[in-house]
Design a protein around this ligand. Sequence first.
Ligand code: SAM
Length: 249
Amino acid sequence: MSLESVFSLPEMVEVWQETLNWQPTNDQQNQLQKLYELVIEANHYVNLTRITEASEFWEKHLWDSLRGVAPKQHFIDSLHPGASVIDIGTGAGFPGLPISIIFPNSQVTLLDSTRKKINFIDSVLTDLPLINAKTIVGRVEEIGQESKHRENYDLAVIRAVGSVSACAEYSLPLVKKGGLAVIYRGSWTKEENQSLENAVYHLGGEVELIDEFTTPLSNSIRHCLYLRKVKHTPVSFPRPVGIPTQKPL
Ligand code: SAM
């Protein structure tokens, strides 16, 4: 295999069309390609991801990030022009960076507690360039209690950050009344429904949809949980750093 093909993302025009009823423009495809190259390059000195092969990166980072905000083959209304979005525990920028590339009229905040990862994302924002995204280094339990962030976002996305009840406690306080939190999961069992319903109820939300699907290349199972914010979240949430994981709701 040539070096070029190793580092060239597949276009997957038909798969995008079939699964999301959408296709990236040439500019967007170029930006996704550049994002891939920047992740691969930085991965030599910061531990960002173990997913480096082009088609796997396409499926598990790019497609997966966007599929979460496109249940039922349509991008969600919470991504309207001017929407404010926060990606909690963004790591190397997923799902937040693909969202900010595809929705240039949204304002995306990328939050992580690890300075090294945020430094990498800052360099991506300069290199791509992306002007509709900004970063914050911090713990979501603290950010969620700051008035400039609390109930300030139309959409919160969170992937691979903790248990489902911790993810609900991290995300719902940041969402405006009427807005949406999307929790990206791999597997999901019916038994988990009860703890999710319970956590969401305490946080002023409602479970709007649990969407089960398979990824298009490796047929892996995924679930996305869509939580609608229907009431203000009590001020006691999120609880102090560490408590949401130590004492799940
Ligand atoms: N969301 C990315 C993805 O799916 O590729 C990264 C997932 S990584 C497994 C979890 C990330 O969440 C790490 O980068 C970690 O630093 C961050 N994180 C964990 N707990 C956090 C907290 N309480 N506040 C902010 N970031 C947190």
